[in-house]
Each structure stands twice: as C-alpha cells, then as structure tokens.
Design a protein around this ligand. Structure first.
Ligand code: NAD
Length: 267
C-alpha cells in the first residue's frame, strides 16, 4: 500500500483539519508527499493558517475535486460533508464515530453514489484484537466478558466506536443474546450473559481497549493500546489510497486492513 511518495501522489481534502486527528492526517500526508487540496475546520481563521472555514467545504470540494476527502469531525458534520462530497462525486474516508442509526443510514446510502469507507478504528492492531476476541469467546463460551476502554478527556462519544465494533463481534460469536450493561452502580449484581462496558476519560490517553474473559479460576485479558494518533492517520491514508481505486459502494476498514503492511514511516 501507499507508504511513500509516488509518481502520482494522492490528493486529499481534509475536514476537521485543526482537530487532533485532522492535524495528524495533514502531517502524515505531507510526510508521504501527498497533496492537500484543501483543509477546513468549523472555527477556522484563514488569516492564521491555511485552514478554511467549514462553510466553504461545498464549494471547495466541487472546485478542487480531490481524489478522496478524509473526515475526522463529528457525526452531524460528517453527514453534511458526505452529502456534499457525493454531490461532487468525490470519495470519502471517515473515521468519525458516535453516529446514531439515522446518521449511519445516511452514510451507508452515500455508498450508492460514491465509494465511501467508514472506520471506527484505523489501527491494524485493533482489527487483530477483534479477531483474537472472537476466537477467545468461541473457545470460552461460558466465561464472563467485560470491556473497558480509556480515552483522552476531550472525547465526545461513549462507549467508543471501537468498543461497539468489538461488542458487535462478541455478540455475533455467541449463540445466546447478550445484554450490554454500561457501568454499574448501586444494587447491580452481574447477570449471566451480561457484558459490562466501561468508559474511562482521562488526560491525553490516545486510546486503549481491554476485553476481559473470566472463568472461576482463570482470566484472559486482551488489550490494544494506541501509542500515537499517527497510527490512525496512517491507516486512514492507506484506506484512502485503496478507496480511490474502488467502485461506488460502502466499505469498512476491515475490507482493506488485511492488505496493509507497516511501512515504519512513524519511527
Ligand atoms: P477533535 O475534537 O480534536 O477534532 C474534531 C475537529 O472537527 C475539531 O477541530 C472541530 O472543530 C472539528 N469539527 C467539529 N464539527 C465540525 C463541523 N461541523 N465542521 C467542521 N469542523 C468540525 O476530535 P478528534 O480526536 O480529532 O476526533 C474526531 C473524530 O474522530 C471523533 O469522532 C473520534 O472519535 C474519531 N476518531 C477516530 C479514530 C479512528 O481510528 N477511526 C481515531 C481517533 C479519533
């Protein structure tokens, strides 16, 4: 996959460009020799840097027609950007999380007009974690399962989009339906089949997910820790390079993750 400059560098538009991930995407894209056609953010002041106010997105995406738009913003704005990008026939990679059912439907529906890829987590290690969790749940069907995720204190949605991906896979692997129990307080004895879900928000933690499986005399703990936000930016840009060549449709990061290798660009 793309890991360095090519003869025909990918040209991207970046939304949420001043946010944690937007900045990371711009940095990694620049390191890779990609072109940034435009960058927008909600509260941008073009006097300060080259990020434009988000209201200009519709015009910019039509005028510049980048190969792919990369979005790390919020669910409401993502749906708006995807609608405008579909109008301009420009593919979108979004890493935004926290969609409600209606917003998710709108994102999926855009796949009828453009290639669009949604990734709740662009770290390849998280894809491996999900596979490992499925295998452990299959091997230990009667064990109690609890999931704990930790993120920085600025994160809006809880539990994380990654936690939802992991929980979906656990539930699909189990024969019996599970009940997700979000935190516990008061008289809250654990019921059989429950999956406890715990969201911690503290400091600048990039992202951690731990799945604990416990029997009566043993525990299995599977954990992913993101060491840097660049791991997500790398995955999103790899996904963008892949998406550019795909036909119209709705894709997940899992569709491309197995084809990627670590380029070591982040060392
Ligand atoms: P952040 O708050 O640092 O950045 C979000 C940026 O989007 C901000 O600059 C904000 O001003 C901007 N924004 C919000 N609404 C906007 C709008 N309507 N128009 C234009 N700009 C708008 O957040 P972050 O840590 O960069 O995360 C952004 C999203 O990406 C979140 O949903 C987060 O959960 C998700 N995320 C996904 C991954 C992944 O691998 N998929 C990794 C990290 C974060």
């Amino acid at each position: 996959m793309s890991g360095g400059p090519t003869a025909d560098p990918l040209e991207i538009g970046v939304t949420g460009a001043s946010g944690r991930m937007g900045q990371e995407v711009r940095d990694v894209a620049t390191e890779r020799g990609m072109e940034i056609a435009f960058a927008v953010n909600r509260d941008a002041d073009p006097q300060l840097d080259d990020v434009e106010p988000a209201r200009r997105f519709e015009r910019l995406v039509k005028e510049t027609r980048p190969d792919v738009v990369i979005d790390f913003t919020g669910p409401e704005s993502c749906v708006e950007y995807v609608t405008d990008a579909a109008e301009a026939e420009v593919p979108v990679v979004t890493g935004t999380t926290g969609f409600n059912a209606e917003q998710l439907e709108a994102i999926k529906a855009a796949g009828e007009r453009i290639p669009i890829l949604l990734g709740a987590n662009f770290a390849r290690g998280v894809q491996a974690l999900i596979d490992a969790v499925e295998s452990a749940v299959n091997a230990l069907p009667e064990y109690d399962v609890e999931l704990t995720e930790t993120h920085h204190n600025g994160k809006r949605d809880a539990p994380s989009g990654t936690a939802s991906l992991v929980l979906d896979r656990i539930e699909a692997a189990r024969d019996v339906p599970s009940d997700r129990v979000y935190g516990r307080v008061g008289d809250a004895k654990r019921e059989t089949g429950e999956i406890g879900v715990h969201a911690r928000r503290a400091g600048d933690v990039t992202g951690e997910h731990e799945v604990l499986l416990a029997g009566n005399r043993e525990t299995v703990s599977l954990t992913h820790r993101a060491g840097s936000r660049s791991v997500f930016a790398e995955g999103a840009l790899d996904a963008a390079g892949w998406l550019e060549t795909q036909p119209t449709g709705f894709y997940r990061f899992a569709d491309v993750a197995s084809q990627l290798t670590d380029t070591g660009d982040d060392q």
